[in-house]
Design a protein around this ligand. Sequence first.
Ligand SMILES: [Mg+2]
Length: 226
Amino acid sequence: MLRAPQAREDIKVVSFDVDGTLVSQGFADCVWLQGIPMAYAEKEGLSFEHAFEFVKSEYDKIGEHRIEWYNIDYWLRKFGLDIPYEKLFKNYEDEIRIFEEVENVLTVLKGEGYDLILSSNAATEFIEFQIKPIKRFFSHVFSATSDFGEVKKTNGFFARVCDILDVKPQAVVHTGDHWVFDFINPRKIGITAYYLDRGRSRNIKGEDDEFVISNLNGILDKFRKR
Ligand SMILES: [Mg+2]
């Protein structure tokens, strides 16, 4: 089946993934792989290496298919760390990198009258903290884990988002950097999806090629009204 891009006039909502799409992964990695082990090392009087090993093995026992994996309060409690996540986040604020084209792309799309939203796997507190400088562009922030108790962005996740916004999937464009959760799944229900491949690492040929972009400017060309 040939998928033609939606006509610009039909599109009302433009949705974005967060990690790897608007911001780099560095901040989240620092919180989980430095901040928490370091706090645990201090509390237990361990070396960082020992604490890291232990913390990492506890993460692995839970694994990304369980909802606890995404819940920082769960982990702080589990490791007996008496430190609010806000403080941990603050320590790594300098690691937050919003990709350079993001602000301009959001400004243009907003100016064109699109409703901009976020659709992420990450827990709400991670999303909100990382997007502070660009928060004003978005009308809604949807977290699969915090809002819907789902560990991945399924087609059901995208259907719920459409329901809540009261729009048809055909009126929504989604862009993100995960092949399944940002591209395959939203397309299943009729959303127009763009796969963001910043490193151009996937070799996609044929009709899907026009739905692959290497940075977010790629959607501007397709959705700028003239
Ligand atoms: Mg992502």
